[in-house]
Design a binder for this molecule. Structure first.
Ligand code: FES
Length: 130
């Protein structure tokens, strides 16, 4: 099984060869968007590969074209739904782009609420319950 780590949270998934980075994100609950349903028709699954790029399939022209339209593409940019893990023993480390995280939270309002609750300061003693 290959291991995929998603930054900044550090969530990890173990997935078999043939899985996509987006499959790995789904397996561990990482905040990676997928607005078009994995059809290479958006860029909400845009990730930066930090380690393990050689374990992934090559980019094809469709993915390159779509990444050209993504926000802040970089040399390590991949679409999570198109990057297939070919080496089943690899460690792949990816950073979730701001664009992708935002798209995920837009698609999952319950997760957004949980995050907002976690970032609220604790109620001060004597204050009424929220
Ligand atoms: S989910 Fe739309 S391009 Fe990957």
């Amino acid at each position: 099984m290959a291991k995929v780590r998603f930054l900044p949270e550090g969530l990890e998934a173990e997935v078999p060869a043939g899985s996509t980075l987006l499959d790995a994100a789904d397996a561990c609950g990482a905040f990676v968007g997928s607005a078009c349903g994995r059809k290479c028709a958006c860029s909400t699954c845009h990730l930066y590969v930090r380690e393990g790029a050689r374990a992934l399939s090559e980019k094809d022209d469709r993915e390159e074209d779509r990444l050209d339209m993504a926000f802040d593409p970089r040399p390590g940019s991949r679409l999570g739904c198109q990057a297939i893990i070919e080496d089943g023993e690899a460690l792949v480390v990816v950073e979730i782009t701001r664009e992708s995280r935002q798209a995920f939270l837009d698609e999952h309002p319950a997760e957004r609420k949980k995050l907002e609750k976690q970032s609220e300061p604790p109620p001060s003693p004597g204050s009424p319950p929220a």
